[in-house]
Ligand binder design. Structure first.
Ligand code: AMP
Length: 143
């Protein structure tokens, strides 16, 4: 199984915000779409960062009163780690574990194809393992 299998199932929609959006607007976007992270695009459409619910929690814990005055630019991570459609689930899990994050944008030749989360990867891995177990059971029963 590869990243393209995840995108085939969930689609390639990616919710983005602007670096100038407020932290409150970010929170509303995450809540509205029931997601944990969004990509940050500037006015030219260029990806300039990624920001997740964890960044909001960190800002809240650091200075709760200031959060209403903070912008996405202050909260986001600017160095975005990405993957490609043909990457294996194993390599995606390794990147997430190594980087300690749960979201990876999928970019092929500079084109944004979608975003995968740890939840998407776990879901597909479980389906893969169930299919393997079924195949083994069928093999044993046939012998
Ligand atoms: P997450 O576990 O995805 O909620 O994110 C944890 C932290 O990693 C937050 O500070 C995010 O801004 C950051 N982060 C999330 N995804 C990525 C990514 N693909 N590349 C770089 N940083 C990320």
């Amino acid at each position: 199984m590869i990243v393209a299998d995840i995108l085939g199932e969930k689609g390639g929609e990616v919710i983005t915000v602007s670096p100038d959006d407020s932290a409150l607007s970010l929170a509303r976007t995450l809540a509205k779409w029931r997601i944990g992270a969004v990509l940050v695009r500037n006015a030219d459409g260029k990806i300039v960062g990624i920001v997740s619910e964890r960044d909001l929690i960190h800002a809240l814990a650091t200075d709760a009163a200031a959060i209403l005055h903070r912008k996405v630019l202050d909260l986001m991570t600017g160095e975005v780690v990405t993957c490609q459609s043909l990457d294996s689930l194993q390599s995606v899990m390794e990147k997430m574990t190594h980087g300690r994050f749960r979201h990876l944008p999928v970019i092929d030749d500079g084109e944004l194809r979608g975003i995968v989360s740890i939840g998407d990867v776990v879901k597909l891995r479980i389906a893969e393992q169930l299919a393997e177990a079924d195949a083994l059971k069928a093999y044993i029963a046939s012998g």
